[in-house]
Design a protein around this ligand. Structure first.
Ligand SMILES: [Zn+2]
Length: 271
């Protein structure tokens, strides 16, 4: 394991020192043992997958690549995925082992000391966290005073990476998760513009339909429908487009990927 990494990692359970060995680390306080696989310390339970090195995630964007290339900031990249290049001043944390992963861990319990990073990146991670506010508090903990966080998180996106897709947040929800931070900006970045939203949602609808048992005619009715027809129907100025009934009668498994919301009925569990 990299010597610099060894100096900044920490028990994620009790935030105490770890004692090193070649194949595992052990917390000097709670005695929990963390295995090391191919030089990567594993700070979470359960099986860890090794993702084939040819796998590539989406490019980060020029402004973020520039910060990484500059190298003056120590950066934690949460959910880095399969980055195309390894930067020496960036610690990549992932849930599984990708080509450049430094540490496998859980964003809800970061295995790092307090106040050590200049910057944290978390792109397309927060919608996949069961307790996003807890993860935001962890980012706050590991940042230096005045350290910066940059987050990209889902708003109008279809279900993806199920069942690990928990929250689609509005701007106000995202601000709420990060309310410990001084928020300098909360804007729609180019990768999330309304054109991207339409493409992503409509592609989600088409694939949900294609995976359902619908006729070629029904598929064509959806594909050929016009945005103006749907908007006019919602505004009450025209009847529903012919494809409306097709979408409304898709199986629940398909509807759940692209629905406007869910109905939940619960019952108090007896003690
Ligand atoms: Zn511990």
């Amino acid at each position: 394991m990299d010597a610099r990494l060894a100096r900044i990692i920490f028990c994620p359970d009790c935030q105490c020192e770890l004692a090193g060995a070649t194949d595992h680390l052990q917390c000097t306080n709670c005695t929990r043992i963390f295995r090391i696989e191919s030089g990567v310390p594993i700070f979470r339970d359960g099986p860890v997958q090794t993702i084939p090195p040819e796998h590539r995630s989406n490019a980060l964007g020029a402004e973020f690549e520039e910060l990484l290339r500059d190298g003056s900031d120590l950066i934690l990249h949460i959910g880095a995925g399969a980055t195309s290049r390894k930067y020496p001043n960036c610690v990549e944390l992932e849930y599984n082992v990708f080509a450049n992963t430094d540490v496998v861990g859980d964003a809800h319990a970061l295995p790092f000391r307090d106040g050590i990073f200049d910057r944290v990146f978390a792109f397309n991670v927060f919608e996949h966290l069961a307790q996003p506010a807890k993860a935001a508090a962890e980012i706050w903990r590991v940042l230096k005073p005045a350290g910066a966080v940059t987050v990209h998180s889902a708003f109008l996106q279809p279900l993806h990476e199920a069942p690990h897709h928990f929250f689609n947040a509005t701007e106000f929800g995202l601000r709420e998760w990060f309310d410990q931070f001084e928020i300098e900006q909360c804007r729609v970045s180019g990768n999330f513009g309304p054109g991207m939203m339409l493409g992503f949602l409509l592609s989600g609808i088409m694939s949900a339909v294609a995976q359902s048992d619908v006729s070629k005619e029904a598929l064509a009715a959806i594909s050929d429908s016009k945005i103006g027809e749907w908007a006019g129907f919602w505004a009450g100025t025209q009847p529903p487009p012919p494809a409306f009934g097709v979408l409304q009668s898709l199986p629940q498994s398909a509807q759940a990927k692209v629905a406007a919301g869910f109905e939940l009925i619960g019952r108090k569990r007896p003690k």
